[in-house]
Write a protein that binds this ligand. Structure first.
Ligand SMILES: Cc1ncc(COP(=O)(O)OP(=O)(O)O)c(N)n1
Ligand SMILES: Cc1nc(C(=O)O)sc1CCOP(=O)(O)O
Ligand SMILES: [Mg+2]
Length: 249
């Protein structure tokens, strides 16, 4: 197995357009650059808030945006996660490499079944960076386990239907997630339609629990994140609990 162990705990996946729609629905922008700049600011503030509440991993996911804005977001968020939470880049290995080169503290990348293959990504990013890979059905487990010395974790979902990802795979339910997690040789991150009320039920069977809308669209993301972290730690065995600020990077 790869040695770049992901931190256990609550995992935020960002959605800058949803941050804008939630927190600045009426705001008028004179240009796309101004809109993206506001989305970067709101996302960076959200990350700072939830990491202070104990969120241990943040994945920057910004679909269909120009690379330059994604790169700017990576540098801005790295300033608030460095030394406290793992920062992961979704899809864009080019953005990961460029931001790392510019000094961003990045833990790795998350890629899906139709993104670059994990073996290619490993050659590009080196041995010391995490690779998370999406696994959403039993047929994909064989290949994920075959690649257990290439990948560091598997994103397993969806728990239930979600409006956040238009091409999300069919729901697995709690039993389906637990079964996939059990069969995978790498640590798993549950994702897809997860709310605070699901944390206690999911925490014993997975390594991380990832949410988008439950935090990004929350009117009180700090309180919501603190409650998620409390429920996660409570559901784990003593000694397995995680507090981001207490552990450092
Ligand atoms: C932790 C985690 N798991 C799964 C995904 C989904 O990745 P992918 O299948 O590549 O889909 P997109 O996120 O790129 O739309 C994820 N992002 N994170
Ligand atoms: C980014 C993503 N990946 C998924 C997968 O199953 O691979 S579901 C998903 C979106 C999850 O958003 P929410 O927490 O708002 O339901
Ligand atoms: Mg992807």
């Amino acid at each position: 197995m790869q040695q770049n162990s992901p931190r256990p705990g609550i995992y935020l996946v960002t959605d800058p357009p949803l941050s804008l729609a939630t927190h600045a629905p009426e705001r008028h922008f004179r240009s796309e650059a101004e809109r993206h700049s506001a989305a970067i600011d709101l996302t960076t503030q959200l990350v700072e808030t939830v990491v202070a509440a104990g969120v241990s991993t943040v994945q920057l996911r910004w679909k269909n945006v120009e690379a330059r804005y994604f790169y700017d977001l990576s540098l801005a968020v790295s300033d608030v996660t460095a030394g406290t939470a793992d920062l992961i880049i979704n899809d864009r290995v080019d953005v990961y490499l460029a931001a790392r080169e510019a000094g961003a503290q990045l833990a790795g990348v998350h890629i899906g079944q139709t993104d670059l293959h994990p073996s290619s990504v490993r050659k590009l990013i080196g041995q010391d960076a995490q690779i998370g890979w999406s696994v959403s059905q039993p047929a994909e487990i064989v290949e994920a386990n075959r690649l257990a010395d290439v990948i560091d974790s598997a994103g397993v979902g969806v728990l239930r239907a979600t409006a956040t990802k238009t091409d999300a795979p069919p729901p697995l339910g709690f039993d389906g997630i637990a079964r996939l997690a059990d069969e995978l040789k790498v640590p798993t991150t549950a994702i897809g339609g997860i709310k605070t009320a699901d944390i206690a039920h999911l925490a014993p069977s997975v390594h991380n629990i990832a949410v988008v809308s439950a935090l990004v669209a929350s009117p009180a993301p700090g309180q919501e994140a603190r409650e998620m972290v409390r429920l996660f730690n409570h559901a784990r065995q003593p000694g397995e609990t995680f507090t981001a600020n207490a552990q450092g990077a």
